[in-house]
Design a protein around this ligand. Sequence first.
Ligand code: FES
Length: 321
Amino acid sequence: MSIGATKIAVIVTEVEEINSLIKRFRFVREDGGMMPAFSGGAHTVVEMQDGDTRRLNAYSLMSDPADLSGYEISVRREEAGRGGSLYMHRSVKPGMRLHISPPVNLFAPDRRAKKHVLIAGGIGITPFMAQMAQMDALGARFELHYAARNADLCAYGAALTDRYGARVHRYYDDAGQAIDLKTLLATQPLGTHLYVCGPKGMIAWVLATAEGMGWPRGTVHSEEFLSPPVGQPFAVELAASGKTITVGATQSLLEAMEAAQVDAPYLCRGGACGQCETRVIRCDGHIDHADHWLTEDQKAAQTHIMPCVSRFTGSTLVIDR
Ligand code: FES
């Protein structure tokens, strides 16, 4: 996907405060048609015109993939972020018109799995909501283990228990409850696939525990979209376009390229998919790699950069775009 990619014109039909941090948004097509089909785990990119700044943020689709009358997402308010979530919370109201991208799925359930074990932390519940609706409709075997700081921040937890019963297990930090991961992983039938979405620390813990217990790599799936970090402004020379651009403090390099009308590919805009990978032609300074796509060796070599999340400090950065 890139700045010239297809967009869907939508109207915001519902905005609901779910708890002190999370709001739910529902979009329907402006032309009254059906939304494109998607599978559980897919995300859409929401375009926001925040003053002079155009932001494109990726959010997981949480609604039932069988219901294409609209899409639903949830947004967690990040006070210290770059402003996208604050814009969604403060400025997006029912009746507003927006553009979103067609869905892309980088976190699809593996249909070969005999059973799916889903581990969610906080707002990481959203892709699993769509996945569970799909798995339930298909008669697939699954269970959810959902951890949150407390009952209030366990968004949709009660509704999920109502819908899926004993397949939903909830854990609250303030009640001293924690997922007994080792026991959970040790007691799964052969052919089980494991999925995790949540904070960085939780993902690292689940992946490391599964690896340590000998789970085959292909049976363990994770999704973590990183928010582009804020930082000092920096200049970048785009060799193929013949332009030099400045990346603002709360802008990503990808957004700065788009603002300069330079076509740049992307899918996740969060350092996860590899689509935006760009060759570095010259680097006098330090690339602050924020992705989890490049290997540690590639990062150290400073020969490639992921413009959706990574920044630069130094005198000269020339990239092949
Ligand atoms: S767009 Fe996915 S890694 Fe940059």
